[in-house]
Design a protein around this ligand. Structure first.
Ligand code: ZN
Ligand code: ZN
Length: 714
């Protein structure tokens, strides 16, 4: 028995909490002392097969059950509420909408599926599945008779390793058992995870670099102080133990701004400062560091001089190294602080008692849980919508995410307070977003990850990162510097190979990106105006929202139709877009049809053009060539001259950029990117765009480039 204030009711009321307690409705579905009153007809090939377990119920009914202390109602409610966005409900409507709960037999076992009644229909399969809970047996029967009886109930999942579930009644995520669990994860990771490479494998910081740490050593009492560590002092220098520091991922608040390090208070910080009045997230971090026996903390607002641009630029560029060398990262994914008050029934998996039909002697416990907790609490956390936090998560070697419950993440393991051995469900990979995890694994080593390609890895980084937001849009590239530096080391490149968010090697692939969203809102327009001041039109960073690279199926057969002669770019936000440029050689070919389209100034961003057939390339074609054109944003002032620049060609495909002329720079014709084009009729389009003599000799392009006049892309 435990008693907790429900942190999600502002009411002061407390209720007695009992694990696995069921309300009357839930008891009628899952009676604990007799066989369950429904039967399933398993059918491996039809997932719609199943039974409806309770009358359509509303969120309010589940809330009532939950308030009365029903563990299953609480679990169901917890599974529905985060999905509001998925079912497109406004907050006010959620109480009215109704849900059906079905027990299904799926390949991995029994699934308690919650469906949203979109049109009031009760037909199974006729509505929108909101989410699944999985049912899994807790004990593994060893004795033969039991085994045979259980075989009559096929498909209820056998215990998995993750079934080592922990039921907690603690009303906070920071409790002695949870801290002990962090110690245990740290031990396992350091001693057993080959992939994680133990601790201390990080390379030293660049020579002559230095960073600051907050010393929270117990001898200082409730005071802390700022110290400065040079790059050479860290990295395995056990005498000082400077490598054992904890980093923090959190959201900035006004409170944080008041606590920041400035040029004026730096001397005070170095002597000693009191943590009284600090934001909760900092005090929580100090407390957890004490409990884990770690003496140093790195917190951006306390370790970077916030009102000195020079210091900020220098330290921001080191940030990736600081996170990847850290001992442990603490992420406040839920609250303003790390500690979160909670109703433990929302966190603990619910245990149901299952009796065999017509048998008094055989009963087992069945675990009912939501399998994608980590996705809900971590992957979709608002914290990770913040641009800066993206690389903090990806580069940290070991992280604990402080949500409703604790989640562990390293290259080898994702686990939670309730499933401390593993949260992954091998049968249902769709419950996890592996993109971030794969990146984490790929970026962990100092050497090139086996089988990795720079472009492929960068594709995932940009696709995930471009969905995040930044308080200062001008930070869009520098907030990725840590990842770029790591990749540069892995692939044997230098800092200058990274240009405003794209890579010089394989530039032809890197220039071919597209905006994911088909909508271009007023907010996108405002953001574009800001981004365009800082980033060149050829970088995805100049375009708001999720961006992906155009992926051709047969990369290895692609010919680059451009050559890079020179480049200048910086990811320093102070740099203006006009200071970043590429000098290219290739075939920008004027295109009247697109000019006319843009001159009409419609709001469309996508159009398929039919170009007349041609035989000039030596290939006799009779059908028109279809080319898809997509603009990065609606064009308000059509340029005088529009060109198509073929960038990549492979069997059957050609893709390239739509360019608008903007006069001359440095004595060369200059263009800005307007969008991209893609054609399935590769060879013929190349024939059309590239003069015959040159297009014919794709094998010998290098010699041809020298005869072309260079031009500039801004
Ligand atoms: Zn209930
Ligand atoms: Zn590990």
């Amino acid at each position: 028995m435990a008693s907790c204030a429900n942190p999600h009711d502002n009411a002061e009321a407390t209720s007695d909490l009992r694990l696995d307690h069921l309300c009357n409705i839930c008891q009628s579905n899952f009676p604990p002392s007799q066989p369950w009153p429904w039967t399933l007809k398993p059918n491996r090939y039809c997932l719609k097969n199943g039974v409806s377990l309770r009358e359509p119920s509303s969120v309010m009914e589940l809330e009532e059950g939950s308030k009365a202390g029903c563990h299953l109602c609480t679990t169901l409610l917890e599974a529905i509420l985060p999905e509001k966005a998925i079912i497109g409900l406004e907050r006010g409507d959620i109480g009215k909408s109704r849900f059906c709960i079905h027990m299904l037999v799926a390949l991995e076992g029994w699934v308690l599926q919650i469906r949203h009644l979109t049109h009031g229909t009760r037909e199974i399969g006729g509505d929108l599945p909101v989410t699944d809970l999985l049912l899994e047996r807790v004990d593994r029967s060893t004795d033969d008779t039991t085994q045979r009886i259980w075989n009559l109930l096929p498909y209820i999942a056998e215990p998995q390793t993750r079934t080592k579930a922990v039921q907690t009644l603690s009303c906070t995520n920071v409790n002695p058992e949870a801290i002990q669990q962090i110690r245990e994860w740290l031990r396992t990771c350091t001693e057993e995870h080959v992939e994680c490479g133990g601790y201390g494998g990080a390379k030293p910081l660049p020579p002559n670099s230095s960073f600051r740490l907050v010393d929270v050593g117990a001898h200082l009492g409730d005071k802390v102080r700022l110290i400065e560590v040079s790059g050479d002092q860290g990295a395995g220098n056990l005498q000082h133990d400077y490598d054992r520091y904890i980093t923090l991922s959190y959201r900035w608040t006004d409170e944080v701004k008041e606590t920041r390090l400035t040029a004026d208070n730096k001397t005070d910080f170095e002597e000693s400062i009191s943590t009284n009045g600090w934001p909760k997230v900092y005090r929580d971090a100090v407390s957890i560091a004490h409990q884990l026996g770690v003496r140093y903390l790195w917190i951006d607002s306390l370790c970077i001089i916030q009102d000195q641009r020079e210091d900020w630029i220098k330290q921001a560029a080191l940030m990736g190294d600081i996170y990847s060398r850290g001992f442990l990262n603490l992420a406040a994914v839920e609250g303003p602080g790390l500690e979160v008050l909670r109703n433990p029934l929302r966190v603990a998996p619910c245990l149901l008692t299952l009796h065999m039909p017509r048998s008094d002697s055989h009963a087992t416990k069945v675990l009912c849980y939501r399998p994608d907790d980590i996705r809900k609490a971590v992957d979709r956390a608002p914290l990770y919508k913040r641009g800066w936090c993206f690389q903090e998560r990806v580069l940290s070697r070991k992280s604990v995410h402080f949500g409703d419950q604790l989640f562990w993440e390293c290259a080898s393991l994702r686990a939670s307070e309730t499933f401390p051995l593993r949260t992954d469900v091998p049968m249902r990979p769709e419950y996890l977003d592996t993109a971030i995890h794969d990146m984490k694994v790929a970026l962990r080593s100092e050497n090139r990850p086996p089988g990795a390609s720079l472009h492929r890895l960068w594709c995932s980084v940009v696709r995930c990162y471009s969905q995040t937001e930044l308080t200062k849009p001008s930070d869009r590239v520098i907030a990725l510097r840590g990842i770029a530096n790591t990749m540069a080391r892995q692939f044997g490149l230098v800092s200058a190979d990274f240009l405003a968010g794209i890579w010089k090697p394989g530039i032809a692939f890197q220039l071919l990106w597209a905006r994911e969203s088909k909508v271009y809102s007023d907010a996108d327009k405002r953001l574009t105006d800001q981004l365009e001041n800082h980033f060149p039109s050829w970088s995805w960073a100049s375009c708001p929202g999720e961006t992906r690279f155009i992926e051709l199926d047969i990369h290895q057969f692609s010919w680059s139709l451009i050559r890079l002669d020179g480049a200048q770019a910086s990811d320093d936000a102070a740099c203006s877009a006009n200071a970043s440029l590429l000098v290219l050689r290739g075939w920008p070919v004027r295109c009247k049809q697109v000019e006319d389209w843009l001159a009409r100034q419609n709001r469309d961003r996508k159009k398929i053009f039919q170009f007349p057939s041609t035989s000039t390339g030596g290939v006799l074609s009779t059908e028109p060539v279809a080319v898809t054109m997509e603009l990065d944003k609606p064009v308000s002032e059509p340029p005088v001259l529009v060109c198509l620049l073929p960038v990549l060609s492979s069997f059957g495909f050609v893709t390239g950029l739509i360019l608008g002329s903007v006069g001359t720079r440095q004595g060369m014709v200059a263009y800005r990117r307007l969008g991209y084009f893609l054609s399935g009729s590769g060879t013929r389009l190349v024939d059309m765009l590239v003069p015959e003599s040159m297009g014919q000799s794709l094998d010998n392009l290098e010699a041809v480039y020298d005869t072309l006049r260079p031009f500039i892309l801004l």
